[in-house]
Design a protein around this ligand. Structure first.
Ligand code: F0G
Length: 456
């Protein structure tokens, strides 16, 4: 049966705020035109992130009530460790409170000055944690990923020619690890093929460089492999995930995505010595090795979430819902990154608002207007996040100017999706009224979270 409806029924509901346009104009101004600074009470539909915003199942809530809050050796830890080991095959599982804690601990051991760490595209916290350790983060996505209108199956792939060139130029001894982010979040939630993961491992093995997966959205990536890559049609999502992880020496995960829960993360790793170092850092900064900064009930919800995310009916609905929004927008002429990826629709802000230069943040301007028009919160992924000025004061824009409409898992229905599309189509029809912006204040790291903006 092909699924055109949500494969669940609703047991518990939460009312959402309905506001007037006049109120929203005030709210966004009060937030200094940064959607991150909006109060959630002002938001009708929240597409800021798919991270930690999942609706949990009745079985997860039941598991939470049955949580065993022992500091050490809680049964919820063993349930969590068992399912994560079953899927990933890693020898050591190290729990953390979220993905960036896993990154901080891993790069605390493997990062550091003069180290270079390539990725298909580093997510902003991954880059932030690496740079904070004084290592250099290098993005090597395939060229097709930069053409938002090109339809291709695996635009998340790593550029292997560029990877080998980097290794030869910088020296393998300076590259303690390489990463592949599945799916490639900053590149549009695009999947990475099994062939690309396998070949990346092969290339890295030649130079003795370990491969790590940033596997926040591993199940969504596995679903795309099943649907798009020859030879995987008849494999289960779990089998595909197991093969993906079999090529990796380790992984970091924010379980707030495909763990189908509201918090959590882990590091998976095979190397005993590095695992020991990581566990020491974990105990110093996160918590004991059987909870890692999490309440044990959260580990219980995660153990159940990891089982549910492997359900193909769920993934068909999930990926189908994102595609449905993409199709509604495309049919109305709204420029989006194509094809739609795993966890959201990304508007192409350069094509949406060509009259606004990258240094005046077209994506930010669109995100503010989408809020004003329909109370929908989205997130710029462009020059606010990745743009900078070089030493000579010349602006270096991001490679892409995007606005991400991240879809929380199992939260919104088909009619919510239709309302989102109607709102964005309206903003697109009035796009000539979108205004250029400037930053009036920013933090030195990860500025997009807290920056203040105004119109020029
Ligand atoms: N890696 C990727 C690919 C991510 O998408 C995220 C988070 C992280 C690492 C960090 O995990 O938030 O648990 O510390 N992404 C969220 C997002 C925030 O909105 O895309 P975290």
């Amino acid at each position: 049966m092909s699924l055109s409806f949500e494969p669940f029924k609703i047991k518990s509901i939460e009312s959402i705020p309905i506001t007037t346009k006049e109120e929203r104009l005030n709210y966004i101004k009060e937030a200094n035109y940064n959607p991150f600074s909006l109060k959630s009470d002002y938001i009708t539909i929240d597409l800021l992130t798919d991270s930690g915003t999942t609706a949990m199942s009745s079985k997860q809530w039941a598991a939470i009530m049955d949580g065993d809050e022992s500091y050490a050796g809680s049964r919820n830890w063993f349930e969590f460790e068992s399912i994560v080991k079953e899927i990933t095959g890693f020898k050591h599982i190290i729990p953390t409170h979220q993905g960036r804690a896993a990154e901080r601990i891993l790069f605390g051991v493997l990062g550091g000055p003069n180290k270079i760490i390539p990725n298909n595209t580093h997510f902003d916290t991954t880059r932030g944690n690496l740079e904070y350790s004084k290592a250099v983060a290098v993005d090597l996505p395939v060229k097709e990923s930069l053409d938002t209108s090109l339809i291709a199956d695996f635009k998340g792939n790593m550029d292997l020619t560029a990877l080998e060139k980097l290794i030869l130029e910088k020296g393998a001894e300076n590259i303690p690890m390489a990463m592949i982010t599945i799916t490639n979040n900053s590149g549009g939630g695009q999947p990475v093929s099994m062939e690309n993961i396998r070949n990346t491992k092969k290339l890295l093995a030649k130079y003795n460089i370990p491969l790590y997966l940033d596997c926040c959205r591993f199940a969504e990536n596995a679903y795309f492999i099943k649907k798009r890559e020859k030879g995987y049609e008849n494999k289960s999502i779990k089998e595909i995930a197991q093969e993906m992880f079999s090529y990796a020496d380790g992984a970091t995960m924010s379980s707030k995505k495909d763990g189908l829960s509201n918090t959590g993360g882990f590091i998976g790793i095979n190397d005993d010595k590095i695992a020991e170092d990581l566990k020491t850092l974990l105990i110093v900064t996160e918590g004991f090795i059987t909870y890692g900064g999490l309440a044990r009930r959260d580990l219980a919800a995660l153990a159940q979430g990891f089982r549910e995310v492997l359900d193909e009916n769920y993934l068909e609905y999930r990926i189908g819902q994102v595609k449905y929004l993409g199709d509604l927008l495309t049919n109305a002429g709204v420029p989006i990154l194509k094809p739609t990826g795993g966890h959201g629709v990304y508007l192409d802000a350069k094509l949406f608002a060509p009259h606004i230069k990258p240094e005046n943040f077209p994506g930010q301007s669109i995100a503010c207007e989408i809020f004003v028009e329909g109370g929908i919160r989205s997130c710029e992924i462009g020059s606010v996040m990745f743009g900078s000025y070089d030493g000579n004061g010349v602006f270096e824009p991001a490679k892409l100017e995007l606005v991400r409409l991240a879809i929380p898992r199992r939260v919104y229905t088909k009619s919510h999706i239709e309302f989102i599309a109607e709102t964005i189509i309206k903003v697109y029809q009035n796009r000539n009224n979108l205004r250029p912006m400037k930053i009036t204040w920013q933090a030195p790291f990860l500025r997009h979270f807290t920056a203040k903006f105004d119109y020029l």
